[in-house]
Design a protein around this ligand. Structure first.
Ligand SMILES: Cc1cc2nc3c(=O)[nH]c(=O)nc-3n(C[C@H](O)[C@H](O)[C@H](O)COP(=O)(O)OP(=O)(O)OC[C@H]3O[C@@H](n4cnc5c(N)ncnc54)[C@H](O)[C@@H]3O)c2cc1C
Length: 494
């Protein structure tokens, strides 16, 4: 059934709700009203402090000034993630947002690297990895071959977006939804609030978090469970005082017995958390493991969050579109949730701006695209686990022996047998990112490329060393991350 949209109701005021409301209010001015309903007493999840570079596109599309945003959210710059103890205990590597030389063709840099086999980690050939190792940061110019993201206080980001969305015309309606009034065709007609008010709309965006009030609740859309591949199902989160002056320009993810621990540096504090599989490690033990790792005084009691990895079978059903945790959640290892929110908003806006009533084709396209995006992201996250050589606990034995999704098995096979970095459509991570994980996990094709094998070993080594020295010298000239950050924070807002 085709549908005209004059009134849009966003349910929930977490990152998903306000990110959506800000874009809709800005982009649909004069075409549709945007009203956001939230139960302030329920609160938001309030974690989600690390992002991918696409967050910058989001902010820029709304005309957000970077310095103002960083000041408001206590943010810092993120070049990527440092993975510790993932391959085996004591080993670490970086996945940063930058190229690892040429990736294809007979001179592929990783092929030359393999040929020399003794030139330090492949990451020394990657500008942002060397920047991260040295704690340095500079804003990229047009010639730069790296991208960056942010760490920020998720609660402050929500407050920042709320102000912006309301300035752009979004209406904020505090209220607790107690019932959902349905239309004859199965869609949603209105929301019933606890105080008796009724909120009517043409299109409802479900951003109600793990509760999934409309899509999972009222419409009972089934859940596609990924927990056999991504078994973590809980997290302890705890903010801490910052130690020392320096702020690493990267997230740290350290593999532990039953999961992994994050460390996210902000201007004023460090976010710590332990994501774990409760069937492999006891909840209390997981809490102790987190507390033992804190590098500063805790600023709050650790908070326990529970979840199931996976997504709703469909994301858009009748006149309900789910965005954020209400649509699904893959664990936070590669900071992909806010990215998936952005992706959902982008698809929705494209349908709304098509200039015709919404129809079944829009829903089908949205659902197919979102499903693919979740599956690609799932595969990328599993790549981090399944290549591990750890066998020291049940979790690691499980992830190294579990059957893999077909799409991932195919990719891994192409790499292992032919050295091909295959990319599907709707990838969340490009070939550079996949290569960074393969290299970090010491996973290489079984055969040498016959053309690379023609390059004399000495010549390959010289080329790599020359490139490595040039990268190091350029990075040495950059300021330390906290110095650059101070400079940016001091800039006046235009
Ligand atoms: C452990 C953990 C770590 C994470 N780390 C990252 C990360 O580093 N990077 C990243 O990108 N993402 C991360 N995420 C995901 C990120 O937190 C979420 O994607 C993001 O915060 C969006 O949440 P949300 O808005 O969907 O839900 P929520 O923040 O839970 O908001 C739900 C909203 O719905 C409202 N609501 C609920 N019930 C009702 C009702 N009955 N009536 C009215 N309103 C109601 C609530 O009041 C609230 O406003 C992490 C998640 C977890 C669990």
């Amino acid at each position: 059934m085709s549908q005209k949209v004059d009134r849009i109701v966003v349910v929930g005021g977490g990152s998903a709700g306000w990110m959506t409301a800000a874009v809709l209010a800005s982009g649909l001015k004069g075409r549709a009203t945007v009203e956001l309903v939230e139960a302030e007493e329920v609160g938001i999840i309030g974690v989600g402090e690390a992002t991918l570079p696409s967050i910058r596109n989001y902010n820029q599309s709304l005309g957000i000034d970077e310095a103002e945003f960083l000041r408001a959210t206590h943010g810092s710059f993120k070049l990527g993630i440092r993975f510790r103890d993932w391959l085996e205990v004591g080993q670490d590597y970086f996945h940063t947002f930058g190229p690892l030389g040429n990736l294809s063709g007979s001179q592929a840099l990783w092929g030359q690297y393999r040929r020399t086999q003794q030139d330090g980690p492949l990451g020394l050939q990657c500008v942002p990895t060397v920047m991260a190792m040295k704690g340095r940061f500079t804003l990229p110019d047009e010639q730069s071959q790296f991208r960056y993201a942010y760490h920020f206080d998720a609660v402050l980001y929500v407050a920042f977006l709320r102000k912006l969305a309301m300035q752009r015309g979004a209406r904020h309606t505090p209220g607790h939804i107690v019932d959902v009034v349905r239309r004859a065709d199965g869609g949603v007609a209105a929301l019933q609030l606890a105080d008796g008010r009724r909120i009517e709309g043409d299109l409802f965006i479900d951003c109600s978090g793990f509760r999934s009030l409309l899509l999972g609740g009222a419409l009972a859309e089934p859940f596609v469970d990924f927990s056999h591949w991504l078994p973590v199902d809980a997290a302890w989160a705890c903010p801490c005082e910052r130690s020392g002056e320096e702020i690493p320009p990267y997230t740290t993810a350290t593999a532990l017995e039953g999961g992994w621990a994050w460390r996210i540096p902000l201007q004023n504090r460090t976010g710590h958390g332990h994501v774990f599989a409760s069937r492999f490690v006891d909840v209390d033990r997981a809490r102790e493991q987190l507390l033992a790792r804190l590098d500063g005084k805790p600023l709050a009691e650790p908070r326990l969050l529970r979840f199931t990895t996976g997504h709703r079978q469909r994301f858009w059903v009748h006149n309900v579109v789910a965005i954020g945790l209400s649509s699904g959640f893959l664990e936070p290892l590669e900071s992909t949730s806010i990215y998936l929110i952005q992706d959902g908003i982008g698809r929705l806006m494209a349908a709304l701006l098509a200039g015709r009533p919404l129809n079944e084709g829009d829903r089908a396209q949205f659902n197919a695209g979102s499903t693919r995006r979740f599956e690609r992201t799932r595969d990328f996250i599993i790549q981090h686990y399944c290549l591990s050589r750890r066998r020291d606990s049940e979790l690691w034995r499980h992830v190294s022996s579990m059957p893999l999704p077909e799409t991932l098995a195919f990719k891994l096979e192409l790499w292992r047998r032919f050295g091909v970095l295959h990319e599907y459509d709707e990838e969340c991570a490009d070939a550079n990112s996949w290569l960074a994980i393969y290299a970090g996990m010491d996973s290489w094709p079984e055969r040498e490329d016959p053309v690379v094998a023609e390059i004399p070993r000495e010549r390959a080594l010289q080329a790599l060393q020359g490139r490595g020295r040039a990268i190091e010298a350029s990075v040495e000239r950059m300021p330390l991350h906290h110095q650059l950050l101070q400079q940016v924070l001091g800039q006046a807002t235009p």
